[in-house]
Design a protein around this ligand. Structure first.
Ligand code: SF4
Length: 358
């Protein structure tokens, strides 16, 4: 069995890792399990609080009824299957409905558990839409994981987008450097694709998702080096997750290790109110305090991430707090007139989402 061979059931995990997991069948039926040998080998099975285990292994707490399958109301911004246009300058294409592993906190669980197919069906329709909207300067390829599709197909999509004059950058959303770095280190055609496109005068970004410093292994760093040296830029986004990265030391370790690896800490997300996510969620004000404490030990380069809620109305940054109030600002907004709008609310230490302040 190779390091990146997939496992699709907890029974297999028990057989291969003597993990002693039980009573999770209902959870697996609710939201499927997927991981590989490499990622599971990062778990310390003797530690019941192991953060990597929390990211990938089902937990009975997922059965608590809470949240929705579309917490950021992406259906509102969908122009055709798999194409979203929420912010003026950015189009989002869901090009894959699979991932290198299924994060238990995923906010797009609907892609894996609902029967309807939300990924793009007709590339030419989406390209035509983007071509006819000159305000779109950048396109985010996501899913699922954009690196789950073959490089030859990814290359065609990137080339088609870069042939549009007003598209200046393409972002490839992927957790593959964490889940399966061999997808990158073992694929010379991917490196060639990046090199070719980086000569086009347009920017190719890889938007990674490292949640915990222990995911930044030697293999993951090799994958990031290859992407960078081929000509891509890297930026990382992660939700703040209870039991995974919600303490200042872990968060500062994550941000500083990313910055040292040439991967810009870009967004820290409030964990969205997605179905099955209640146990991962940290109150907004608590998260703000954790990040402020983490920042004390970080260089300016390592504390570039903004702490935001990716809300139906826009990306709402939590920018400050005093004894009575919490202050927020629209960093991005579905309604362009809201960008930069400041807001203040009475403190609510129990608030888990923007709506709890309204
Ligand atoms: S990599 Fe992203 S889309 Fe895939 S399961 Fe994790 S959070 Fe969901």
């Amino acid at each position: 069995m190779t390091e990146n061979a997939c496992l699709t059931s907890i029974a297999e995990v028990n057989r291969q890792f003597d993990a002693g997991l039980s009573g999770l069948e209902a959870v697996e039926n609710n939201f499927p399990f997927l991981a590989n040998q490499y990622y599971l080998s990062l778990i310390n099975w003797d530690d019941p609080e192991d953060p990597i285990k929390k990211i990938i292994i089902p937990n009975s707490a997922e059965m608590v009824k809470w949240g929705s399958l579309d917490p950021s109301m992406e259906a509102r911004n969908t122009k055709s299957p798999g194409l979203q246009h929420k912010y003026q300058a950015t189009a989002l294409m869901l090009i894959s409905d699979n991932c290198g592993g299924f994060c238990r906190f995923c906010f797009r669980k609907r892609l894996f558990i609902k029967p309807e197919d939300e990924k793009i069906r007709d590339l030419s329709t989406d390209i035509d839409y983007i071509r006819s909207h000159p305000e779109i300067s950048n396109v985010l390829l996501s899913g699922g994981d954009a690196l789950m599709i073959p490089t030859s197909r990814l290359s065609k999509i990137v080339s088609a987008l870069f042939s549009i004059k007003h598209v200046k950058s393409v972002r490839i959303g992927t957790k593959m450097p964490a889940y399966n770095p061999f997808r990158i280190t073992g694929d010379e055609s991917l490196q060639a694709m990046i090199q070719e496109n980086s000569r086009s005068g347009k920017m190719l970004y890889f938007m990674t998702q490292f949640n915990h410093p222990r995911e930044l292994t030697k293999e993951a760093k090799e994958a990031m080096d290859l992407l960078r040296l081929s000509g891509a830029s890297l930026a990382n986004q992660t939700p703040i997750l209870n039991g995974v990265n919600n303490d200042p030391e872990t968060l500062s370790g994550l941000c500083s290790n990313l910055a040292e690896a040439g991967n810009v800490p870009y967004y820290l997300f409030q964990c969205r109110p997605a179905a099955g996510n209640r146990h991962f969620t940290v109150p907004v004000e608590n998260t703000y305090e954790i990040y402020e404490k983490a920042k004390r030990s970080l260089s300016g380069l390592a504390k570039r991430a903004r702490y935001v809620m990716s809300h139906a109305t826009g990306k709402i940054e939590v920018i400050g707090m005093d004894s009575g109030k919490v202050y927020m600002k629209y960093h991005q907004a579905a309604n362009p007139g809201d960008i930069g709008k400041m807001m203040s609310f009475k403190r609510n230490p129990k608030a888990l989402w923007f709506d709890d302040y309204l």
